[in-house]
Design a protein around this ligand. Structure first.
Ligand SMILES: Nc1nc2c(c(=O)[nH]1)N[C@H]1C(S)=C(S)[C@@H](COP(=O)(O)O)O[C@H]1N2
Ligand SMILES: [Mo]
Length: 315
């Protein structure tokens, strides 16, 4: 495969560190631009111009006593390669995405296959507040107040058949909206997958909002997955297709580097990435490093899913 750009995952731990410092500076600069030098960053302004409606959601037990990562970092330090491989690229470029109206194709081993309007799959009157840690495979992390519904609630609606064992997800791949698609950094469209029992676990969220509002384009508007016990790349953005299958689906990262990115990708401090340690992480906005927790700290809810499995072989 032709790789023209340095990929995020090719960074050393040190450069990741540098970037988390850089975002703080960049956030300050973006604020300064809004105050005075607006014309210098027109695309960033265009992004901010999309009015994000407030979303009403009920509080849940999915909470955290940790400090939330500042909203500016959550929305300006992103991985969304369809808009570029730099951490600031999605914030700069994702204004080109048109998240409304949005439809999702549901197919494969389901009784209720079809093309659904987003509002017909997700009950916007039953949204939940859920604060989750997100741990990127690049050894940084955030704490994000998401709004969404359990994926299980949506799967129940589409009625998986008895032969269904996996769920495959696909992101939009439209060159007119996504400038990053011009580079073959991944096998577009971005695809991801979960085993059906992982997908049905109550932790697994379909997010349509964050920080009390609709989800910004760069975070995966209008709907993205959040699987908090797995590395961030499993949490696929801007979903246009959900397919139930009887075989383990291919995923973009696994195709691109199978030795580095397995299908399971559970957060695991005991299994290093081939090119760096996963023992510690930098919480964006903090100095120093934290110990990474097995299953990102969600073991109580998910460890049973992997009983008897060798998590080194099934990385
Ligand atoms: N379609 C798509 N989904 C994606 C990605 C991507 O490049 N394309 N990046 C993933 C990675 S590596 C991470 S860490 C998270 C980042 O989510 P955030 O930008 O909302 O923090 O999104 C994931 N989902
Ligand atoms: Mo990531």
């Amino acid at each position: 495969m032709l790789i023209k750009h340095k990929k995020g995952w090719q960074e050393t731990e040190n450069s990741v560190t540098d970037e988390s410092v850089y975002i703080n500076r960049r956030t300050v600069m973006a604020g300064a631009a809004a105050l005075g030098a607006a014309a210098v960053v027109p695309s960033a302004l265009a992004q901010r111009d999309r009015v994000l409606a407030p979303l009403a959601a009920r509080p849940t037990g999915y909470n955290s006593n940790e400090s939330l990562t500042p909203e500016a970092a959550v929305t300006q330090y992103n991985n969304y390669y369809e808009f570029g491989t730099g951490k600031g690229d999605p914030f700069q470029n994702a204004w080109q995405l048109q998240p409304k109206p949005w439809s999702i194709v549901v197919d494969g081993l389901v009784d209720k296959a079809g093309t659904y309007a987003l509002e017909d799959l997700i009950d916007f009157n039953a949204l939940e507040d859920r604060i989750y840690r997100l741990r990127c495979v690049e050894a940084w992390s955030m704490v994000v107040p998401w709004i969404g519904v359990s994926l299980a609630s949506v799967l129940k609606k589409i009625e998986p058949q008895s032969g269904a064992k996996y769920v495959r997800f696909e992101t939009l791949a439209d060159r007119a909206q996504m400038p990053g698609l011009r580079w073959p950094v991944l096998d577009w469209p971005y695809t991801e997958g979960l085993r059906l029992d992982e997908a049905m676990n109550d932790l697994t969220l379909l997010a349509v909002g964050l920080y009390g509002k609709e989800i910004p384009n760069q975070n995966g508007a209008p709907v993205r997955l959040v699987v908090p016990w797995k590395y961030g790349f499993k949490s696929i953005k801007s979903i246009v297709r959900i397919t139930l299958t009887d075989t383990q689906p291919d995923t973009s990262w696994n195709i691109s580097a199978p030795r580095e990115y397995g299908f399971y990708s559970n957060v695991n401090p005991d299994v290093d990435h081939p090119r760096w340690s996963q023992k510690r992480e930098r919480r964006i906005g903090e100095f120093g490093r934290r110990e990474t927790l097995k299953f990102n700290g969600y073991g109580e809810m998910v460890a049973d899913l992997y009983a008897g499995m060798d998590l080194r072989a099934n990385y």
